[in-house]
Design a binder for this molecule. Structure first.
Ligand code: NAD
Length: 277
């Protein structure tokens, strides 16, 4: 492929080059320029190598999603490559990996920054997905006032909101951040809609990735295995299960779907909510 032709390709930006990001890039990247971004250079290099070996046209860039400047630079770089038609935001930290503060910075603030900056460059007809989590469905609902603040305050203010700044347990920071993602995506659908683009979130259940296995090996592991056992599917999810849902939401069959969350959890939340034994 010549440089000229490559310049006219649509751009799929995948932020987070881990298990789920890699599966989405592989599933949805053919024929596009895939811009992969992560803050871990090793992960980035190995994912680029694997996708390139599979025939994809891949570029990479280091990004820290908790930094406004870094995310803005990534969005501008994506726009310089061609039409920013597709975005998959998968970067995240889980409770077994990081402090509450780091989880809130990456999983809550990071998503707000990505929605804002990519909402400013996404092409008409484009679409994005944010990978949230079923954990966001497991915590009590926010009050109307909390929800309004999470939806509309500028990203820079989010971590200093009273009820956010008081969170100091990683196991609580994660579901709060993921619930905030649902709220922020709903609100961002207006900004994206004004550009003729759509944005949704996916809430995965327990998925077999490096992050999923870290959590299964942690103190929370027994509870997670019990949830899998009680679910309708009775199995762990694969990165490809999430990539299939992302392909649907990013594609033409979802043209009337925006500002919502798709739960892809093998039935865990259904079982928990209905008290299935
Ligand atoms: N695996 C699961 O069981 C599961 C379940 C529910 C939700 N999720 C969510 O799915 C998303 C993807 O998870 P995964 O399973 O692919 O995990 P993963 O650990 O394989 O990939 C996550 C990637 O995010 C990157 N990252 C972390 N902090 C970053 C930062 N500040 N800036 C840029 N990149 C950063 C990591 O380097 C890593 O490559 C996460 O948001 C996670 O919370 C995962």
């Amino acid at each position: 492929m010549t440089g000229d032709l490559a310049m006219h390709r649509d751009v799929l930006t995948v932020i987070g080059a881990g298990g789920i990001g890699q599966a989405i890039a592989r599933r949805s990247g053919a024929g596009k320029t895939v811009l992969l971004a992560d803050n871990n250079d090793e992960t980035l290099a190995s994912t680029v190598e694997s996708l390139s070996a599979g025939g994809h046209h891949v570029l990479s860039r280091s990004v820290d999603v908790a930094s406004a400047q870094s995310v803005r630079g990534l969005a501008q770089y994506a726009a310089s490559l061609g039409n920013v038609t597709h975005l998959a935001h998968t970067a995240g930290l889980s409770p077994a990996q990081a402090s509450a503060q780091a989880i809130l910075a990456v999983d809550l603030l990071g998503v707000a920054l990505v929605l804002q900056e990519f909402g400013a460059v996404v092409a008409p007809g484009g679409a994005g997905v944010v990978i949230a989590s079923m954990a966001g469905h497991l915590v009590p609902a926010l009050t109307a006032e909390q929800e309004h603040a999470l939806a509309h305050r500028p990203p820079v203010d989010l971590l200093s909101l009273d009820f956010v700044s008081r969170v100091n347990e990683p196991a609580f920071a994660y579901p709060i951040a993921k619930q905030a993602n649902h709220v922020r995506v709903r609100a961002a659908s207006a900004q994206w809609g004004r550009r003729g683009a759509r944005i949704n979130s996916i809430s995965p259940g327990i998925i077999s990735t490096p992050m999923g296995h870290l959590e299964l090996d942690s103190a929370a592991g027994d509870g997670m295995r019990a949830m899998i056992a009680m679910s309708g599917t009775g199995r762990i999810g694969t990165p490809d299960d999430i990539a299939a849902a992302a392909a649907f939401l990013l594609g033409p069959d979802a043209s009337f779907i925006t500002g919502t969350d798709l739960l892809v959890d093998g039935g865990v939340i259904a079982a928990v909510r209905s008290g299935t034994q």
